[in-house]
Design a protein around this ligand. Structure first.
Ligand code: PLP
Length: 364
């Protein structure tokens, strides 16, 4: 007997689905995270009973008690992934097993219920299947947001005994404004995102809650994103609020901060490392400090810097602002290596070029 395979998804189609012409209108330049599909998937977990009540149903609000644990102690984790429509009409996901694995790792760190990878995948595929008309073609994609929260009504401080897992989806276009070839970042020297022993490697809402003040500061300085430094010395570059970071040196090598528990292990990061090595480049997972970054940008030892993550894929960083001033990376636009890696990765994700790693997962 295998509980994972026994769980059946009850399908209750949305009684008033969005008409095709309205879907078409909403797929034109959707603002990131504001347009949602008609359905959602929910699965419940209760101590002693495990995962049950799996449903594909019309998207609707949750009813939760004011004492719902997540509202008080923030036991919440999530994933971010995309479904693509190829030119041949085929629907695919990119390395979804990696999201399923990371979801389990995040749950373990946050003392939450363990969701088997097969159930995670089946839930995501069920939503993609029922809402497949919402997947844009071209440069767009369907952003999928699996998440889990503590749903028990109890104010005691301990891991909750009830959880809800849910998947929702929104059609998206490019994350940053079209036509923008590089972003400007703000280096936060005051606020940090994650400390050793903390939750930096878990994809949990709490990490974002802690990072928003720096993001607000960045926006006030006219920047698109924040670069966080390490919590102990405020010296080593860790990552952006929701993206990992790579540096391209003048000897052609790439470097990216190593995973030591305070950085989110990005699937895009891992893919870029493998892809770049496959292309014959050397990638070093080594610490890089803010002062060197600034000096190397000035001397020309550093050629390019880019951020990467599912939402924004690969995005060049052109300008860096900090409390003491500002500096430009390369010529301030997208560099050659960044451009090459971005087109290789997006080409693979969209089925336009060969996928020697078997990363693309077709949805039947
Ligand atoms: C999700 C996320 C990333 C990027 O991870 P991908 O798997 O590449 O999308 C990077 N940093 C943080 C803090 C994140 O939450």
């Amino acid at each position: 007997m295998n509980a994972e395979n026994q769980l059946q998804f009850a399908v209750e189609r949305c009684p008033d689905p969005t008409p095709a012409d309205q879907i078409a209108t909403r797929l034109v330049n959707p603002a990131f995270g504001r347009v949602f599909t008609d359905h959602m998937v929910t699965i419940r977990w209760t101590e002693g009973r495990g995962w049950h009540d799996a449903k594909v149903e019309a998207r609707r609000p949750f009813q939760i008690d004011p004492a719902c644990a997540v509202l008080h102690y923030a036991q919440e984790i999530f994933e971010g992934m995309k479904a693509y429509r190829g030119d041949d009409g085929k629907i695919s996901l990119f390395r979804p097993q990696e999201n399923a694995k990371r979801f389990r790792a995040s749950a373990a760190r946050m003392s939450m219920a363990d969701l088997p990878e097969t159930i995670f995948l089946r839930a995501v595929e069920a939503l993609v299947d029922i809402d497949r008309d919402w997947i844009p073609g071209g440069d767009g994609s369907l952003y999928l947001r699996p998440f889990m929260f503590a749903s028990e009504s109890f104010l005691g401080v301990r891991a909750a005994a009830e959880y809800i897992f849910c998947v929702i989806a929104c059609p998206v276009g490019p994350y940053f404004k079209a036509g923008k070839s590089a972003v400007t970042v703000w280096v936060s020297e005051q606020y940090t995102r994650a400390a050793p022993g903390g939750t930096g490697a878990a994809k949990c809402g709490g990490n974002y809650a802690a990072s928003l003040i720096a993001q607000t500061e960045a926006a006030a300085k006219g920047c698109d994103q924040v670069v966080f430094l390490d919590a102990a010395e405020h010296r080593w570059i860790e990552e952006l609020g929701g993206m990992n970071v790579f540096f391209v040196m003048d000897d052609g090598t790439l470097r990216t901060p190593p995973l030591k528990g305070t950085i989110l292990p990005g699937i895009t990061r891992a893919s870029i490392i493998e892809l770049a090595r496959h292309e014959g480049m050397t990638v070093n997972e080594v610490a890089y400090d803010f002062e060197s970054w600034r000096a190397d940008a000035a001397s020309g030892r550093l050629k390019e810097t880019f951020a990467c993550g599912t939402a924004a894929v690969v995005t060049a960083i052109g300008q860096v602002r900090h409390a003491g001033g500002e500096f430009t990376i390369g010529h301030g636009g997208e560099g050659q290596v960044t451009q090459r890696l971005r087109s290789l990765l997006t080409g693979m994700q969209r089925g336009k070029i060969a996928d020697p790693f078997a990363w693309v997962h077709h949805v039947a």
